[in-house]
Design a protein around this ligand. Structure first.
Ligand SMILES: C[S@@+](CC[C@H](N)C(=O)[O-])C[C@H]1O[C@@H](n2cnc3c(N)ncnc32)[C@H](O)[C@@H]1O
Length: 228
């Protein structure tokens, strides 16, 4: 169990969050598989946005971004192909119902390959394996759409993890995604965020990693980019 510590702004490129949620409430849902630790979003919004700015999350899952925006008094539009709550708008992240240059900041935590099943929606990018080039083609459409809706000289954050599967091996999703991001945005920084995935602690996984000569995913990338 992670200990709840006071929220602090991170000053290095290695972030370790003290708990999935901060304070006495939850941000997003603890019952949603693949929810973003709210601490990550809090740190980004505190650094890169101001009161009343419009924040967009095009793949908002359980609504962590919406709840952090509410705490920080930011306006927010949360979209998802399979909305989990009533305050989200059903939309495809590749074609958002927003005019260009509207958002003051965009945060996105996309599916990393097909490791989790988010919904039955045909258009869910989480149905595409990262081994298939189509995954990166569709993610490039999401990145292009983020570029369209973001105001010039504003920032975005993309949170992603590499993939390892026993049968198909390693896919460096982070490096590939960063290369796509750089086609549209100026890189500001790359943060490594410690993962606290429960399966990392399980002894059978540790044993499998040692015996199978592979590594368990210990960190996520957080790419911070700027629209010029
Ligand atoms: C890793 S989860 C996001 C987690 C979220 N940040 C949270 O804290 O709960 C990825 C989300 O992407 C959504 N998604 C997948 N394909 C999509 C698409 N084409 N358009 C919009 N959302 C999509 C899934 O439904 C899922 O909710």
């Amino acid at each position: 169990m992670l200990k709840k510590l006071p929220l602090t702004l991170q000053s290095t490129t290695l972030w370790d969050y003290p708990s999935q949620h901060y304070g006495s409430k939850m941000q997003g849902s603890q019952f949603y598989q693949g929810a973003t630790p709210s601490y990550i979003i809090w740190n980004l919004l505190t650094r890169y946005t101001r009161d009343n700015d419009l924040i967009v999350d095009p793949m908002c899952g359980s609504g962590t971004t919406i709840d952090v925006c509410c705490d920080l008094k930011r306006r927010v539009s949360g979209y998802d192909i399979a909305p989990f709550r009533k305050d989200m708008i059903k939309a495809d992240a590749r074609n958002l119902p927003l005019d260009k240059d509207q958002a003051d900041f965009v945060f996105v935590d996309p599916p990393y390959s097909d490791h989790l099943q988010y919904s039955q929606e045909e258009e869910c990018i989480g149905r595409i394996k990262a081994e298939d080039p189509l995954y990166f083609e569709e993610m490039e459409k999401v990145i292009k759409e983020i570029h369209r809706i973001l105001k010039p000289r504003r920032y975005m954050g993309l949170y992603i993890c590499d993939s390892y599967k026993k049968k198909s091996g390693f896919v460096p999703i982070g490096f590939k995604m960063f290369e796509i991001l750089c086609r549209y945005f100026k890189p500001i920084d790359i943060i490594a965020v410690t993962r606290h995935n429960k399966s990392l602690q399980k002894s059978q996984w540790k044993k499998a990693a040692l015996e199978g000569n592979f590594y368990l995913r210990g960190f996520n990338y957080l790419f911070i980019m700027k629209k010029e």
